[in-house]
Ligand binder design. Sequence first.
Ligand code: ACM
Length: 416
Amino acid sequence: MEIFDEPRFAWRGAMLDVARHFMPKHDVLRFLDLMALHKLNTLHWHLTDDQGWRLEITKYPRLTEVGAWRRESQVGAVRDAPGDGRPHGGFYSQDDVREIVAYAAERFITVVPEIESPGHVQAALAAYPQLGVTGKPVEVYTRWGINANILNVEESTVTFFRDVLDEVVELFPSRWIGVGGDECPRDQWRADPRTQQRMAELGLTREEELQSWFIGRLDEHLAAAGRRLFGWDEILEGDLAPGTTIVSWRGMTGAVAAARRGYDVVACPDDQVYLDYRQSDSPDEPIPVSIPLTVADVYAFDPVPDGLTPDEARHVLGGQANIWTEHADSPRTVDYLAFPRLCAVAEALWSPAGRDYADFAARLTHHLTRLDALGVEYRHADGPLPWQRRPGVPGRPDTRQQRAAHIARLVENIAS
Ligand code: ACM
């Protein structure tokens, strides 16, 4: 018998957020094993955010001495949700990272690191307040959601982040290096006379251009090191260097715009492959956020958006599922969110278009036996097991209509 099989996409990924909740090294290695089992080949590793800085940087030790630890964590997704009163944290030493990257490589997985900028940086500001617009001391953020405290645009801050990226490039052989760029509220830049003066010096009139300028300074540095900048679709709101790769998360608008403008794209539309989203309408789902995404919904994922020419479509490198962990405070909860939906994503990224869900569902039954044998605490088709529930912890469910309207407002500034 001869079997001919090859993947449809080169980028078959999962994004794992270890900033909101730290995942110990052992569990990251286990996650890589599970990725390899599903022929996923790219781990987009979200290492820094407002709530934690997880990567040791030898030049700036306070990033992890201070930035890796927070006083407590918000419990639940509502605005006035209480804190748990319990410190949380952890980080990866550079030796840990070398081990993880080598372990991944042995399994043909590339680890693409992400260092967020110029927003989602409050943990860094807690360690080095001089990086912030206000310069005032802040603590590592204990709430979820978007944060107003962003980087200033001084030359010293550009240098700081370039120094960080120098260590990142040493540790990670990946061709792509993530610099974030998403959800950066520019109110502090607007209100700050020094930032306005800096914009004038640089000949810029809009804060969006300032963000592009900042990202561009990091891009020059990465390009000089032979790497490619990887950033969320918000960075399409300004000018970008050729060779940038866009992670399109706000639906497919960014994927279409990026491919048309000649940038490579990784698709991860939130309404299809955000695995932190709830898995049903049942009140038993643990801390339910956003819209329900079933295994069947996820299986329907196609990273190539409609309406592209064949030349434009060639810019779509593939796709990934994103596992944000605000509400996943242990690797066991990550199992519940990821599996079996990640199995469906893996097949959607490997197999030709025109797949049959009924066929997949029949095969999944057998595959769940394998996951059982491996101790994966996946979600059962009939809902969470008693210990997987979080009774009394409110989430923030949306309808599809509400979610679509929200995303439509967010992408208004993307020019195709
Ligand atoms: C994102 O979900 N903020 C990329």
